[in-house]
Design a protein around this ligand. Structure first.
Ligand code: TRP
Ligand code: SF4
Length: 402
């Protein structure tokens, strides 16, 4: 079972805009930790993605990248078990992004909800840039360079993943319907029973001209029963569907189980909103930040009862507390038996407790040249795969000859 899953490729990144924060930890990193032993994983610090919003303070990005990777290692990401690297150390990401940009309709990018939302939310920055519009397209390059099967992401990234899939489909359609694909189809058709081949041609017509989706289903069933190897079956299905040969695999999102974590102001925790608690935040700062969080506005006085579902502090308890503490919060809040200060102090205890061993381990990595070694080895491994994929894609795009 395990060895089977090792064939599956997982790719994911975190923007390196600052220290790793609790939102990154619960939303992404914990999932990475659980995947690194099972799958073939590529995890990277998305420093170029950091540049899309922080181009004016680009000087901070290298330090942020480095610190973030140190935090990953301190939290238990194991470079022997997965490939850890920095996005910009693998220039193939940038090159593939450029090639993809040639056939990406602007409307696909403009329509992605995060584009307008983020521009509005980060109105202190000028994000009416080419690079920011291309943010999700760069993500497509990140993922497709490694032929990913699975991409662990948070809910806010689902629209980006949908774009990644659209780009892969469009690539296959544009460059998979080549003369060599036709020749391949003809060879397969010649090798199978004449009646079945004729049937497939009819199904293709029914699907592509009459739009009968049942024709595609029948074709899938028929090709599965011809005793052909999987690659040939896939090619026949692509032929019937008219989508072109599958040159790029369509990855699936793997939704993070943790809902988005609120930051100290109650909005989603994000470096861009300046509301984060770092994974390695010093204890007094954790306590201070939790204390400053907004609560259910109905609790004006200590004796006013509240409703946890209206309170961002509760959202954090949901991630951190055991069932006993959860009951204590729910009952105490609704009956005004506990005050928000008590409630927050228990939350801070749980956070501090989780952080302690990570902070301890992170000291081993600060300024340790081992991290440079890990990253250069990671980039080398990533480039092995990335250069091979890019070469293949450039060949079919005719942007190189061999
Ligand atoms: N956009 C992602 C985020 O903000 C980070 C990211 C960049 C990413 N490239 C990726 C995630 C590729 C998954 C796959 O969280
Ligand atoms: Fe929020 Fe806790 Fe105060 Fe209730 S008691 S409003 S859950 S901080």
């Amino acid at each position: 079972m395990t060895s089977n899953l090792r064939n599956k490729i997982v790719v994911s990144g975190i923007r390196s805009t600052g220290k790793l924060h609790l939102g990154n930890y619960h939303g992404a990193l914990k999932q990475w930790l659980s995947m690194q032993d099972k799958y073939t994983c590529f995890f990277f610090a998305a420093d170029l993605h950091g540049l899309t919003t922080n181009y004016a303070t680009a000087g901070d990005i290298p330090v942020n990248t480095r610190t973030m990777v140190e935090d990953w290692l301190a939290a238990g990401l194991d470079h022997e078990n997965c490939c850890i690297f920095v996005q910009s150390d693998v220039p193939e990401h940038s090159e593939l992004h450029l090639l993809f940009s040639m056939f990406t309709p602007l409307s696909w990018l403009e329509r992605i909800p995060t584009y307008k939302d983020q521009q509005a939310k980060l109105s202190d920055k000028d994000l009416s840039t080419y690079g920011f519009l291309g943010y999700p397209l760069l993500q497509a390059a990140d993922v497709l360079l490694y032929n990913a099967d699975l991409v662990p992401v948070g809910e806010d990234q689902l629209a980006h993943l949908e774009l990644v899939r659209k780009i892969a489909r469009r690539f296959n359609f544009l460059y998979g319907n080549s003369p060599s694909f036709e020749a391949e189809i003809n060879t397969i058709m010649d090798s199978i029973d004449k009646k079945q081949a004729k049937k497939l041609r009819t199904l293709k017509r029914d699907y592509q001209q009459k739009g009968l989706s049942v024709a595609l289903e029948n074709a899938t069933r028929l090709t599965a029963n011809l005793g052909l190897e999987q690659g040939m079956q896939d090619s026949l299905c692509s032929y019937v569907a008219g989508t072109g040969k599958t040159i790029i695999n369509l990855p699936e999102p793997l939704l993070s189980v943790t809902p988005k974590l609120p930051g100290t102001d109650g909005q989603k925790m994000s470096k861009s909103y300046n509301n984060t608690i770092a994974l390695t935040e010093a204890e007094p700062d954790v306590r201070k930040k939790i204390k400053s969080m907004p609560t259910d506005p109905a609790r004006v006085k200590r004796t006013d009862p509240g409703e946890p579902s209206k309170c961002p502090v509760w959202e954090l308890h949901k991630v951190y507390a055991n069932s006993e503490i959860k009951d204590w919060v729910i009952n105490g809040c609704r009956t005004a038996k506990i005050g928000c200060i008590d409630c927050k102090s228990v939350l801070a205890d749980s956070i501090v407790k989780e952080q302690a061993p990570i902070i301890e381990r992170s000291k081993d990595y600060r300024d340790n040249p081992i991290v440079d070694k890990i990253l250069s080895k990671g980039a080398e491994r990533a480039r092995d795969t990335a250069t091979t994929t890019l070469r293949k894609l450039k060949l079919v795009m005719h942007s190189r000859d061999n």
